[in-house]
Design a protein. Structure first.
Length: 205
């Protein structure tokens, strides 16, 4: 009886494998693995920026990659141009979270090279370490667009082009409000020192 069930199970597995080979199901398994690797790449990008780990940030991209942050008020250029700029900008940034979701992946082959177009939604709340009482100081949200290529030797995916689409960016309003509050504070101090009691003492002298 046991032999009968074992034989039946083996026949079923053989039929499934044969069907997978005929209908491309094994290819679907490979596509799922590629999607997992791409998801890991997006996570590594977010972690690198939030931890200011610029060596890991570089590992996300090909050496000749083009990166465009102009939609969010930044710059565009090569990895070697972007990394120093990010380091200067994020000197002022305290805790931040680059959250990525709603990932769309289009896998295709160009010649013998595997490629992918990736579009992922992002929400990035950011804090300034010099303004600890205002958290988050500003938030930016929209979509990351990556054009990825897979390294044939390592099997790892890298981004050869990244550009942003911005749905909202509260940074201009946050900095405007902060500047207004600073001017108000200076005005209050000025009036207290020179217009109020401090000024009257100066007049008596």
């Amino acid at each position: 009886m046991l032999r009968k069930w074992t034989t039946l199970a083996l026949l079923m597995v053989a039929a499934l494998v044969d069907g997978a080979q005929q209908h491309g199901t094994l290819g679907s398994v490979e596509r799922l693995e590629n999607r997992r690797r791409i998801a890991d790449l997006l996570t590594r990008y977010s972690r690198a920026v939030d931890t200011k780990d610029w060596a890991t940030y570089r590992s996300v991209f090909t050496p000749d990659a083009h990166i465009d942050y102009t939609a969010a008020g930044g710059i565009q250029g090569s990895v070697d141009e972007i990394v120093p700029w990010l380091a200067r900008v994020f000197y002022w940034i305290g805790p931040s979270q680059h959250m990525v979701s709603n990932v769309e992946v289009e896998l295709f082959e160009k010649g013998e090279v595997q490629r992918a177009n990736v579009r992922a939604m992002f929400h990035n709340p950011n804090n300034l370490w010099c303004v600890p009482f205002w958290q988050p100081f500003f938030s930016v949200g929209g979509w990351y667009n990556h054009r990825l290529v897979r390294d044939a030797a390592s099997g790892e995916w890298r981004s050869e082009k990244l550009w942003e689409e911005v749905a909202y960016n509260s940074a201009p309003y946050a900095f405007t409000a902060a500047a207004g509050m600073l001017l108000l504070l200076l005005w209050v101090v000025w009036t207290k020192l020179f217009v109020g009691g401090g000024g009257s003492h100066l007049k008596k002298a």
